[in-house]
Design a protein around this ligand. Structure first.
Ligand SMILES: CC(C)(COP(=O)(O)OP(=O)(O)OC[C@H]1O[C@@H](n2cnc3c(N)ncnc32)[C@H](O)[C@@H]1OP(=O)(O)O)[C@@H](O)C(=O)NCCC(=O)NCCS
Length: 340
């Protein structure tokens, strides 16, 4: 008990420093290695083909990533070098899985990867069956960079907790995908677009709609952040991208709607847009289906997750915090049922 911290942690571990980290270094050499790893075992393709058609791509991704470990040559090897190989492999494979499943569920053929293309361009090729325009490639590339890592967010923490038990890379990433899926984390980008679609379908004024939601004490997806109290710098870039892509594609209404909501929520609730708010209209304008928004987040965040797992394992200690006991007075004595 003597090692127990006496400071009361905030609910949701707000502001608690749970680890040290020196991540966020971009290695240009990895590009070529990513291209070399553009390969999925036929058993994984089979898994995607036999998955029920009514489940979300995010659920398919979670299960497929877990299954990737069966066919990974480094499956039983948890050392630093093997984990770097697995990280690069997973980064290529996750993009391929997201694109392949989308084509399979739409009854389309699976597209062969092009090893001469960038990661972003190859992903769009696998998804759409044609080489993307320079504008689309650059937009997705920027979006992938913006989402690549973000300190100890919920999914990264989940990955580190799993890795710290000396489990393996695939288990850690499966944990992370499960955490990313929730609408308070990565799932928020899909929730934002569902809101925009509902406003559009009902033909209501966006500000009135959001006003009504707030009056019912509902949270508006894409706003608020545990750490940022100023604007999330990623939102600054995504707002610009959403505006530019909207203007150049003739689908500017999503940006206009988003912008009005943003101004209202800011003035009414003093809440800033976060990374998920403008990524929704950006991805839609790029032609990406709504239920692929969070998987596309994973296509990017895999780089951060794997880097954190490697960092964790390079200097590992089990992550096992304590809970502040607030139950009935302790110790309690057992009372046999017939005397209660
Ligand atoms: C991100 C989020 C989970 C952070 O949660 P948190 O740090 O626990 O913050 P809280 O939920 O305690 O919010 C603090 C206050 O702001 C309000 N608030 C926070 N986000 C809000 C939102 N999106 N819409 C409306 N009100 C919000 C809360 O109701 C609370 O108000 P109160 O003090 O009057 O009760 C939260 O802002 C949220 O749910 N946002 C929407 C989902 C989202 O976009 N997630 C992606 C994050 S990158």
């Amino acid at each position: 008990m003597s090692s127990l911290t006496t400071t009361q942690p905030a609910k949701g571990l707000e502001g608690v420093v749970a680890t040290t980290s020196s991540i966020c270094y971009i290695d240009g050499e990895q590009g070529e290695r990513l291209a070399r790893e553009r390969h999925l075992d036929p058993a994984i393709i089979n898994l995607l083909q036999t998955a029920p058609k009514n489940i979300t791509p995010m659920d398919v991704l979670r299960t497929a990533v877990s299954a990737l470990s069966f066919y990974d040559v480094d499956q039983k090897n948890n050392d630093h070098e093997a984990n770097i190989r697995k990280a690069i492999r997973l980064t290529s494979q996750i993009a391929m899985i997201v694109a392949a499943y989308d084509r399979i569920r739409k009854g389309k053929n699976i597209v062969e990867p092009d090893r001469s293309l960038s990661h972003a361009a190859n992903f769009l090729l696998l998804l759409n069956g044609e080489r993307p325009s320079g504008t689309a490639e650059r937009a997705l590339d920027i979006a992938l960079i913006l989402h690549a890592d973000h300190e100890l967010n919920a999914s990264t923490f989940a990955a580190r907790v799993t890795a710290a038990t000396l489990s393996d890379m695939h288990s850690a990433i499966t944990s992370a995908i499960g955490a990313l899926k929730g609408p308070l984390h990565g799932g928020a980008n899909e929730a934002v677009f569902h809101m925009l679609q509902e406003i559009d379908k009902k033909g209501v004024d966006p500000v009135e709609y959001v006003h009504g939601q707030l009056a019912q004490k509902k949270k508006i997806s894409g706003f608020g952040h545990r750490v940022y109290h100023t604007e999330d710098p990623r939102a600054t870039h995504l707002r610009q991208m959403s505006r530019d892509l909207g203007n150049s594609s003739g689908k500017g209404k999503w940006f206009e709607m988003s912008s009005r909501i943003e101004q209202f929520v800011k003035s009414e609730k003093k809440l800033n847009a976060n990374v998920d708010f403008y990524s929704a209209s950006t991805y839609h304008t790029l032609g990406i289906d709504v239920d692929l928004f969070t998987p596309v987040f994973a296509v990017s965040r895999i780089s951060g997750w794997t880097a954190h797992v490697i960092e964790q394992l390079d200097d590992n200690r089990l992550i096992r915090p304590r809970a502040d006991y607030v139950g009935p007075a302790y110790p309690q004595h057992y009372i046999p049922i017939d005397r209660r």
